[in-house]
Each structure stands twice: as structure tokens, then as C-alpha cells.
Design a binder for this molecule. Structure first.
Ligand code: ZN
Length: 306
């Protein structure tokens, strides 16, 4: 009898030990942006044990900075949400116009230096994952995260899985209707001119109006036009992938009138044909990307290093 009790206690202890170890599994995350990198160590948004932000300089210098940061922390895997476009299988940034960064290997140097598995995805897929796991889109199956900042990017999670494919979603470069009588601006995308990003990014706002978004409060029609383009983007996403929730983040979305205007216009454009998805601000704020990268890392713990 006593033997059986002891045996059970031992089993419980083993189980408790395993649980503890799981809870303590320390993960690394990088939000690799074109202007700055954010690196963090922790287990989730309420447990970020260290966080550092530094400017994106040359690839060698920037990667070395990240490696130095993680070396002292004993992480079990690192997740990277990167600016793109990227080659997901090769772990590499590909055709970026950012000087010095085209065809930069990201995964290999990190994995070699740190000796842990490195997960790799786009910055916006990481943010979509973060908002789905912990933020505004929790509990949904199909979720889109759109960031409207210097550029426009979109990440997509369908039926609980991040969407990849030919490359990865490039929502910022969708083509949307452009009424040149209302808005003669030619567009700011170096590849397509008046694509979604070319018409509605922060760069487009500045080029069209001659001032940055935050200085345009007094300009009539600025936010109605911006909301029109963002709503057209959201309607296309809605019709193509049927998300239950679209999270709209990035610097431009911090303009208070914008989200309600977009919501109203999405409803008008859908014209009652299908329900509009919930449009939400990121619950994780500017940390959606780096927190999502932690979740990317979690899925890679214990896998073979590339
Ligand atoms: Zn474009």
C-alpha cells in the first residue's frame, strides 16, 4: 500500500517536474524590420524577460548584435518575423530594395552561432500569429493582420495555420480600384505605382499631401480617402479568404478617426452581401510582431537545427 502511494507520488513529481520545465522553456524572438530590430527573450506577452531594440544597419552588424543579445540567455529556439520578401524555405530575405540586404541569409547565421532551431516567417505573419494566440483575434480560426505604416503588409492565418504558398501573402501589393479623377496621385510603390501600398501607405500619404500623416489633421478629405483605400483592401481580403477578424495596426492606423471610417466604408462596400469581419486594433500594440515571433519559436523547440 505504502509502496503504491510512493509510486504515485513519484509519478506526480515527474509530471510536475515536466510541467515546470515546460513553463520555464525560454524562447527568443526577433522582429526584423527594415529600420529597426526588436529582440526579446521570454515565454509570452506577460513574460518578456529581456527586450532590446536597435537600428538595422548592415546585415553582418545587425545579426551580430542579435546573436550577442541571445548568447547570455540560454534560449531553446529563436523565432524570426522578418521584413521581406523572404524565401521561407531558404531562411533568407530576397528582393528587398533596402541597400545591402538583398539575398541575406538570416536563419543560417543565427542557428550556427546559437546552436538552437530558428523559425522564420514574415513580420506580418508573426504579428498575425501573436494577435491570434494572445491578442485581438484570440479564439478565431481565420485571421488577417494588416500593418499600415511606411509600407503596407499583411499576414494571414487560415484555419489556425499561417498561410504560405508560392511565396507568402503580399497583401500590400494587391491592386485596388483607383479613381484618378478623385485622386490624381500616381502612387508610391516602386514596383506597381498605384497598388494598395502605393496608394495608402504612410509613404503614399506623405508623397500625395507633402506632409506626414500625423501633420494632416487639418487637411479636408485626407482620412476619407485613406479610409476608402483601406476599406477596398479589407473588402478584397474578406472576399478572398473570409477572415473572422482583421487586425489593423501600424503607425498610420494610430490616427483616431481612421478605424471607424474604415469600418463604415467596409460595410457600405460589402452592401449586405456577406457579413463584415470584425475590424480591430492590435491588442498587443507595437509588440504583436515580436510576441508572435516567440510563438514561432515555440513550435520549433526540439526540432533539428537547420
Ligand atoms: Zn506594389
Amino acid at each position: 500500500m505504502l509502496g503504491r502511494v510512493l509510486e504515485k507520488a513519484e509519478r506526480e513529481q515527474v509530471r510536475f517536474g515536466l510541467t515546470l520545465r515546460r513553463m520555464e522553456q525560454l524562447l527568443g524572438a526577433i522582429e526584423a524590420g527594415g529600420t529597426k530590430w526588436v529582440c526579446a527573450v521570454g515565454t509570452g506577452p506577460d513574460d518578456l524577460q529581456a527586450l532590446v531594440t536597435f537600428a538595422t544597419t548592415s546585415p553582418d552588424e545587425t545579426l551580430a548584435h542579435a546573436i550577442d543579445f541571445f548568447r547570455g540567455h540560454g534560449v531553446e529556439a529563436v523565432g524570426v518575423g522578418s521584413f521581406g520578401p523572404v524565401d521561407l524555405a531558404a531562411g533568407r530575405i530576397t528582393t528587398t530594395p533596402k541597400p545591402g540586404w538583398a539575398n541575406t541569409d538570416v536563419v543560417a547565421p543565427l542557428a550556427q552561432a546559437l546552436g538552437v532551431p530558428v523559425a522564420f516567417d514574415t513580420d506580418v505573419n508573426a504579428a498575425a500569429l501573436g494577435e491570434w494566440r494572445w491578442g485581438a483575434a484570440r479564439g478565431r480560426e481565420t485571421v488577417c493582420y494588416v500593418t499600415v505604416g511606411t509600407g503596407i503588409g499583411g499576414g494571414l492565418l487560415a484555419n489556425g495555420k499561417l498561410v504560405h504558398g508560392l511565396v507568402h501573402p503580399e497583401i500590400g501589393h494587391m491592386l485596388i480600384p483607383h479613381d484618378r479623377a478623385r485622386d490624381p496621385f500616381a502612387g508610391a510603390c516602386p514596383f506597381h505605382g498605384d497598388c494598395f501600398e502605393g496608394l495608402a501607405s504612410g509613404t503614399a500619404l506623405r508623397a500625395r499631401w507633402g506632409r506626414a500623416g500625423e501633420e494632416l489633421d487639418d487637411e479636408p478629405g485626407v482620412w476619407a480617402l485613406e479610409a476608402e483605400y483601406l476599406a477596398l483592401g479589407v473588402v478584397n481580403i474578406t472576399c478572398a479568404v473570409s477572415p473572422q477578424c482583421v487586425v489593423l495596426g501600424g503607425g498610420v492606423m494610430k490616427q483616431p478617426p481612421l478605424l471607424p471610417l474604415v469600418r463604415e466604408r467596409v460595410n457600405e462596400l460589402l452592401a449586405g452581401y456577406v457579413a463584415a469581419p470584425e475590424l480591430a486594433s492590435p491588442a498587443l500594440g507595437d509588440r504583436a510582431g515580436v510576441v508572435g515571433a516567440l510563438e514561432l519559436a515555440r513550435a520549433h523547440v526540439g526540432t533539428a537545427s537547420p
